[in-house]
Design a protein around this ligand. Structure first.
Ligand SMILES: Cc1cc2nc3c(=O)[nH]c(=O)nc-3n(C[C@H](O)[C@H](O)[C@H](O)COP(=O)(O)O)c2cc1C
Length: 207
């Protein structure tokens, strides 16, 4: 099976980013094993549903009607990001937690690629994911830890996972480095352990 890989990043902390260390571990491990394309969401900001884009989406994807040239243009970036995701067998999405959830830019990317008739659809049995036989890896870091009593506060990784499930991804893994701010003295060790997990996962997925 082809293992064409798309790595989607949102790393606004730049070189200081904790999350970037996880991305670097993935890229180093996968080097030479598969073709890798990168989408830097800071350089290529996803669109969000304006009235115009939502109108084009509803017209084409729900009503099955043709678009005007203006509508085609309005939804073009979402279409491009969706086609890029659909062309990949493995997708890696890397982002920090912001305010307990997915950073807005990453949510914008999910909204851009979760197009009905492209990555999911509705049939007589209900909702159906169209991304069969594909794998997703979520890389995340956060200031706190969200296990145990605070599990219900975590809406970043959990939402990304749900979006991939809805699109039909069959294997969804997460490597998260928690406690980056709560226990900064332990951060290097937590990141090192996460990097080891990523290495093992790549060895398994790209064997
Ligand atoms: C705007 C902003 C909001 C944040 N909100 C949270 C939060 O709700 N919960 C949390 O645990 N950490 C939060 N953090 C901390 C980051 O998730 C943490 O420092 C993470 O490791 C940053 O990743 P980075 O170094 O890749 O940017 C926030 C950081 C920023 C900049």
């Amino acid at each position: 099976m082809s293992k064409k890989t798309l790595v989607v990043t949102y790393l606004p902390s730049g070189e200081r980013s904790h999350t970037k260390k996880l991305v670097d571990a993935f890229l180093a491990a996968v080097k030479g094993k598969a073709p890798v394309e990168q989408l830097d969401l800071l350089k290529d900001l996803p669109d969000v549903f304006t009235a115009e884009i939502l109108g084009a989406y509803a017209t084409r994807n729900y009503m099955g009607k043709p678009l005007t040239p203006e509508q085609t243009k309005a939804i073009a970036k979402m279409d491009r990001m969706t086609a890029q995701l659909k062309a990949a067998d493995v997708v890696v999405v890397a982002f920090p937690m912001h305010n307990f959830g997915l950073p807005a830019v990453v949510k914008g990317w999910f909204d851009s690629v979760m197009l009905k008739g492209e990555t999911w659809d509705i049939n007589d049995k209900g909702y159906v994911g169209l991304s069969k036989g594909k794998k997703a890896l979520i890389l995340n870091s956060s200031g706190g830890n969200y296990e145990g009593t605070h599990a219900g506060w975590e809406h970043a990784v959990s939402l990304a996972k749900l979006e991939f499930q809805f699109m039909g991804y069959e294997i969804i893994e997460t490597v998260a480095a928690g406690g980056m701010n709560a226990k900064p003295q332990e951060a290097p060790e937590v990141i090192a352990q996460a990097a080891e997990k990523i290495k093992a996962l790549v060895a398994n997925w790209y064997a």
